[in-house]
Design a protein around this ligand. Structure first.
Ligand SMILES: Cc1cc2nc3c(=O)[nH]c(=O)nc-3n(C[C@H](O)[C@H](O)[C@H](O)COP(=O)(O)O)c2cc1C
Length: 106
């Protein structure tokens, strides 16, 4: 989910739209990463096909536990905390994209 993760982080706070993240979100950690990158919602498909719909409840329970352990009171509080706008070196996001373009040139 690296590609959607990076674009969520870049677009958070730059576009007047809600951001729904998808592709490769399988675990609670994946959900947390997407929320911190700036997603408003996260979506799961393959993980539910693999583990069944009960996986949603497990992820919600783990997410709630993680937030309590790390003293987060709401999803809003963590949303976008790791977005491009919030990190110390915002240009690193574009540089990573540039490096990828150079590496893929044939
Ligand atoms: C069996 C299957 C059916 C899907 N059907 C649709 C669909 O009807 N419309 C749609 O927009 N995406 C559909 N998708 C794409 C998923 O919504 C999702 O974007 C994609 O699977 C990536 O997320 P994931 O890594 O959680 O699976 C489907 C995916 C799978 C695996």
């Amino acid at each position: 989910m690296r590609l959607p993760l990076r674009w969520v982080a870049i677009l958070h706070g730059q576009v007047k739209a809600s951001i729904a993240a998808t592709s490769g979100i399988h675990t609670t950690q994946d959900v947390l990463k997407m929320l911190m990158a700036g997603a408003d919602v996260t979506m799961m498909c393959s993980a539910l096909l693999k583990h069944g719909a009960g996986r949603i409840g497990e992820v919600l329970t783990e997410l709630t536990r993680w937030m309590e352990e790390h003293e987060y009171e709401s999803v809003r509080q963590m949303k976008g905390s790791m977005s491009q706008k919030s990190v110390a070196d915002p240009a690193a996001f574009e540089r990573a994209n540039y490096m990828k373009a150079l590496n893929s040139y044939k």
